[in-house]
Design a protein around this ligand. Structure first.
Ligand SMILES: CC(C)(COP(=O)(O)OP(=O)(O)OC[C@H]1O[C@@H](n2cnc3c(N)ncnc32)[C@H](O)[C@@H]1OP(=O)(O)O)[C@@H](O)C(=O)NCCC(=O)NCCS
Length: 248
């Protein structure tokens, strides 16, 4: 039974559940109050309609409540065809993997990243400026997200950036960064899918290797993703007065 069928069943004439293509919106969860409703005699009728409406909405199958925005309506960091199709096919139907979009600040991009480390919210305008600066560096930054179609919220993120070298015949290396899966979705292979997608992008771009840094705690995860432990990481933090971002 689709949304339109439910509206017919409701019959109140003010139900605002609407559906268009893949995108279903509830624009008004309660019936509109009409001038007649201010008449005490009609109050009961309005209350009954409101309760019925609430019950109706709570019974709608989740697929009809989707707020999902398809890729065609988004301004993406890079073409979605660059994400390997086999990874897309391995996701359950309620999840979607795609490039980061210019409006993803509003879909919870930063809260998901905050499961990884300290995230300072710069505000939407600065976030979008950062998005544009990544996109301006052509064929370099590949940030991807997994979106829960039921809520249009981001549940997993990751980035690979490509380093072009003069050695190894002008070789290229993919650096994986900022992998995070929302706590409620961990353990469902989303981290694995993100890593496979990023590795695929790196290898399809001609990189001879893909590397990353991680804590000892996450070594088994990356081994399951096909990585092996190699060498070690060195770091030098800038003096505090020169650092423009918080220390992690
Ligand atoms: C680490 C993280 C990305 C893993 O994502 P996830 O979606 O929870 O993991 P997956 O379900 O894809 O795990 C794939 C496999 O790795 C295993 N695994 C995941 N994390 C593990 C860990 N810390 N130790 C051991 N095994 C781990 C899973 O059990 C699974 O094994 P299986 O195939 O035998 O079932 C996620 O837990 C996370 O966001 N953690 C917080 C942020 C973070 O640490 N990011 C990594 C920065 S380097």
């Amino acid at each position: 039974m689709d949304v339109e069928d439910r509206r017919v069943i409701c019959g109140c004439g003010t139900c605002a559940v609407s559906s268009s293509g893949q995108r279903s919106l509830i624009t008004l969860p309660f019936p509109t109050i009409t001038p007649d409703d201010y008449n005490p005699l009609n109050l009961l009728s309005f209350t009954r309609r409101a309760i019925y409406h609430t019950l109706l909405l709570s019974q709608l199958p989740y697929v009809n409540l989707m707020l999902f925005t398809p890729d065609s309506e988004l301004d993406l960091l890079f073409p979605s065809e660059q994400i390997p199709t086999e990874v897309k096919a391995q996701l359950p139907p309620d999840l979607h993997i795609r490039p980061l979009a210019s409006t993803d600040y509003r879909r919870g991009h930063l809260p998901v990243l905050s499961v990884l480390t300290v995230v300072t919210d710069p505000g939407e305008e600065a976030w979008v400026a950062q998005f544009e600066s990544l996109r301006a560096a052509a064929r370099t930054y590949y940030s991807i997200v997994i979106v829960d179609k039921r809520t249009d919220r981001i549940v997993a993120v990751g980035t690979v950036f490509l380093e072009r070298k003069f050695l190894r015949g002008l070789g290229c290396v993919g650096h994986i960064e900022d992998i995070a899966v929302d706590k409620s979705q961990q353990g469902k292979k989303l981290g694995l899918r993100i890593i496979h997608a990023l590795t695929g992008i790196s290898e399809n771009s001609g990189c001879y290797k893909t590397i990353l840094n991680c804590s000892d705690h996450n070594i088994p995860f990356y081994q399951k993703c096909g990585f092996e432990k190699k060498e070690c990481e060195m770091a030098k933090y800038a003096p505090e007065d020169r650092a423009r971002s918080p220390r992690l």
